[in-house]
Structures are given as C-alpha cells and as structure tokens.
Ligand binder design. Sequence first.
Ligand code: MN
Ligand code: MN
Length: 286
Amino acid sequence: MKNNYHIVIVLICQVFLYSCGQDPVVPPDETQATRDAHLTLGNPDNANKDVSNKNHFLMEKPQYALSYNNSKGTANWVSWHLSTAWKGNTERQDYFRADPDLPSGFYKVVKGDYTNSGFDRGHLCPSDDRDSSIADNSATFLMTNIIPQSPNLNQITWLGFESFCRNKMNQGNELYIIAGGYGQGGEGTSGLANTIDGGNITVPSHCWKIAVILPVGGNDLNRITTDTRVIAIDMPNNQEVNQTFWGDYRVSVDFLEIVTGFDFLSKVPVGIQDALEEKTDNGPTQ
Ligand code: MN
Ligand code: MN
C-alpha cells in the first residue's frame, strides 16, 4: 500500500504542476536524436551568398546546404545532417523541378534537361534521408540536388553506400554527409558524354561522398576525435561500377581534397582533422 500512496502523491504533484502551466521536470535525454546544422563541420569551398559568385554560390535550405556551380549546372557539393529526427513515413514525392531559390541570372536546370540523356537524375542528399514530411522529401527533388549519374552507379553502388549510412543511423548514430562529383566525362546508357543538355550540365567522371559517423548526442563538433569513423568514397561514373561493392571504393579524405580542391572537415581542430583525413576506412561494411 505504501508504494501506491507514493504513486498517488506523485500524480497529484504532476497534476498540480500541470495546472500551474509548468511541465514536470524531465531530465535531459542524451540519446534523443535532433536535427543539427548541415555545415557543422565546415563549408568546403567557402561558398557564399554573393549573387556574382556564380560557381560557388551558397544555398542553405532547411533540409540541406549546397554550393551551386552555374558553369556545371550542378552543385559542387551538398552537405546534410542525418539522424532519425529527419525520418518518417512520407512517400517518395518524385517531384523533380527547377530550384526556385536560384537567383535570376543563374542557369536553372529543369527535369526535362536529363530526359533521354542516358544518365539518371542522381540525388546527392537522398530522398530516403528526408521523409518526415512532404516538404522535406520534396526538397530532395530540386535539380540543384541532382547530378547526372550512370544508372548502374545511381541504382546499385551509390545506393549501396546510402543504405549503409541509413543503417548506421538506425544503429544509434547520427551522420554528417557531404557529396558531389568531380572531373568530366561519364558513361551512361547512350555511351560516353562530357556534358548533357546542350553543354549546360557537366557530367562528372567520378562521384564522391564523405560520411562522419557519431553516436547520437549533443555538441557534435566537440565529440569528434581521431577515433571517429570517417568514410570517404570515390566512384567512377560509368556502367561497370556495379560489378564492385561500395566498400572497395573507399579512399582517404586527403585524396578527395586533392581531386576536388576543397577543404573538408575544416571546422574540426587541425590536429584531429589531419589524422582523420589521411586514413582510409577499413571498418565493417554493414
Ligand atoms: Mn547531434
Ligand atoms: Mn580538411
């Protein structure tokens, strides 16, 4: 009976607090996934919002951030935070469209510019990383988040690493992910091409991605150590890429910094950044 009295007293106190308009005190939950800033780890090419800066033009959306390259008709990179806080049950919207937030004077890629090109409309920030609402999912179909990818890369090998990242999320982690393409010349179903859309869209020769994986928690930048798992991949944009598992395309971040000219993880303290960037991941691939 004593325990029951205790419960009754607690309930009365909670009702009292509630009626006073105050929430009962709840201890902070360190395991609660949140939506964190996409550029927490840095801005790889120092993109900014000056409209005259057309090839490194910074766009920050609720769902992801990107650097647009007007000469290429694609992003230089897209960067996003992934945790279960971004996840839900919204169906894939498939709403490919021009990005209305590009200022006037920029080349605005539309859905039809990829039609019959031999290349897929390949997501940088994946549709499945953003399905908590129609607005969030639909934002991944803006053409500024899309690059021309060979169908086998997009649908098999690239997808394999996307799925791996979401598996890590489901295992109690949050991730900071950056992706883009570099080089020129890919192979789609119609053969080799340097550009599509009459030269307005550059076909990258390679597609890359970097994923920084942390257990769910707060204060993410300060939790990164030389032991933090960082996976960098570099995949050829061709039809043969499906014959190899995504794990075989792992490289160091240093390699991607050389081929892109960007500085990744720039907000991570230099000593830790250098140690993480020279390693090539060889951890479990499930
Ligand atoms: Mn966090
Ligand atoms: Mn760096």
